[in-house]
Write a protein that binds this ligand. Sequence first.
Ligand code: ADP
Ligand code: MG
Ligand code: MG
Length: 326
Amino acid sequence: AGCSTTEKQEPYTARDFKLDTEIIITIEDSQAPKICSHILQRITQIEKKMTLFSNDSEIARLNAQAGLKSVEVSTDTHYVLSRAVFISTLTQGAYDPTIGPLVKLWDIGSGLATVPSATGIQKAKALVDYKSLQINNDSGPSVLVTRPGQVVDLGGIAKGYAGDEAKRILLEHGVLRGIINLGGNVMAIGSKKDGSPWRVGIQNPLAPRGTYLGIVYVTDKAVVTSGGYERYFIKDGRRYHHIIDPATGYPADNSLISVTVVTKMGIDADALSTGAYVLGLTEGMKLIDSLDGVEAIFVTNDKKVYISQGLKNNYFQLTDEDFSYD
Ligand code: ADP
Ligand code: MG
Ligand code: MG
């Protein structure tokens, strides 16, 4: 005791594959391995409740009772669905957690690479309607999916929530800074040790993963990107990707190739990036600029970059000369 050594703490990185994506946690703490495994257990728990890849997740059980009866759910699922409906309202249904019938029909990423029939698309589209979810909390959390055939799909929001929970666990353990990356959903927690902001790279949608077009400077923010460039198939020269426009039933087809949302909560950033991508540049940017504490970077297929009002004072740096501001 009394001997003051400045103990040099090395960054610790944990990696795992969950929620259909690679999770990377980087923190500095003497208890880092234990804390990271605690976080990964929590993410596993969230995945088990929300996945569509298993018949006994809460969401699968909910969907199985569509049009039949209300299902008791955990507070996790109740919260995520409530937030999902809130973001649906904000985006006027561009983000819609009942997108499931269309996601199933298109089955992007299965390798099938076929365009569904127009009647199939119309039928599935008619089932997409977040307003028909009945989310209750009177005698415990429960949800009713009102119409038979409706399918809840939390693929556009669950990773965001997992990021928020991961952050909460870090803070509970007294870890005040660090980076959690859930396949492009980045939680930048606190600031760097010297007090300066984290630098988060924004993926160049036209280049291999890990190639950045710019850097956003953030303190204690979620940075979440949605794009049509990772999961898609090409048929007759057209690209069909995994973000579906509930209004048309087809993959969102506007000038955008990616939207990155920067805000406090991962859950909001995730759902809003999906929603803004569907809304398109003009409507999407209008929405982002109307929301307090929410910023965004939109990238179009002609390599133009558009940033929201709040990023305009050097919070974003464009680094790839291939891209330019409009
Ligand atoms: P990623 O999965 O690449 O992180 P997103 O966060 O944008 O990208 O989520 C896309 C996923 O969300 C799709 O795989 C699908 O499960 C679901 N989804 C697709 N379109 C919509 C939509 N309009 N609203 C809500 N969820 C959607
Ligand atoms: Mg999303
Ligand atoms: Mg996402």
